[in-house]
Ligand binder design. Structure first.
Ligand SMILES: [Zn+2]
Length: 67
C-alpha cells in the first residue's frame, strides 16, 4: 500500500458521502416536537407545516432499520 492509495481511498469515501447526501435530499423524515406532527420533507431547513414551530427533529430515511 502506498500513500497514493490511501489518498484515493479518502477521495472515494468523500464521493460516496456526497452521493448519500444527494439521496437524502428528498427523504428526510421530520417530527415536530411542539405538536407531534410528522412528515417527509426535501429540505433540512424549514418549519412545521402544522404549527409553524422550528423545534423539529429530522432523520434521513435511509437510517431507518429494515425490520
Ligand atoms: Zn408542529
Amino acid at each position: 500500500m502506498s500513500k497514493n492509495n490511501k489518498q484515493k481511498d479518502i477521495s472515494l469515501l468523500q464521493a460516496w458521502q456526497k452521493k448519500i447526501q444527494d439521496a437524502n435530499i428528498n427523504n428526510i423524515f421530520c417530527h415536530c416536537h411542539t405538536c407531534e406532527y410528522e412528515w417527509v420533507d426535501s429540505s433540512w431547513e424549514g418549519i412545521c407545516p402544522n404549527c409553524n414551530s422550528s423545534n423539529i427533529e429530522r432523520i434521513s430515511c435511509w437510517q431507518f432499520p429494515d425490520d
